[in-house]
Write a protein that binds this ligand. Structure first.
Ligand code: ZN
Length: 156
């Protein structure tokens, strides 16, 4: 990664960490789950409104956490809006792999989500810091739990 790119990624994370998007509790949400990362102290609740057709009409979150967990939740809400449940599951799995595997090859993944994967790349730098991987993936684990009908998820 070039220094310019690293700096840009840093800026995007700081911006989302400071001014999180979709930090609210939608009244018409029909799925929700709480996520807890005791190692860092990140706690959040993810709310989803899933339509009868399986499309995610709205996604938001509330909670407190470090800049990485907040930025990741904020970016996730932007990426998932308008996706289907199946796409959200696939993105969750892809993002997990991006954050944990050095061999992740974006080009080998579903082209349909090239845009989302490019955006997630910003956070995938955490794989160099294993403690931070849990911060970056907490919102995604929580979103996945909400879709699976589980109320709570912990990274422990
Ligand atoms: Zn954290």
């Amino acid at each position: 990664m070039t220094d310019d790119l690293r700096e840009l990624y840093q800026e995007i994370i700081l911006d989302h960490g400071k001014r999180p998007r979709n930090l609210r509790h939608p009244e018409d949400a029909n799925r929700e789950a709480k996520g807890n990362n005791p190692l860092c102290g990140d706690r959040l609740t993810v709310y989803l409104k899933v339509g009868a057709d399986g499309a995610i009409d709205d996604v938001a979150f509330e909670g407190r956490g470090c800049a990485i967990s907040t930025a990741s939740a904020s970016m996730m809400t932007e990426i998932l809006k308008g996706k289907t449940e199946a796409e959200a599951h696939r993105l969750f799995e892809t993002f997990q792999e991006m954050c944990t595997s050095d061999e992740f090859d974006a080009a080998a993944h579903d082209i349909e989500d090239a845009d989302a994967i490019e955006r997630l790349q910003v956070l995938a730098g955490v794989r160099q810091f294993p403690m931070r991987v849990k911060c970056a993936t907490l919102a995604w684990h929580t979103m996945n739990a909400a879709l699976e009908g589980e109320e709570k998820v912990s990274t422990e």
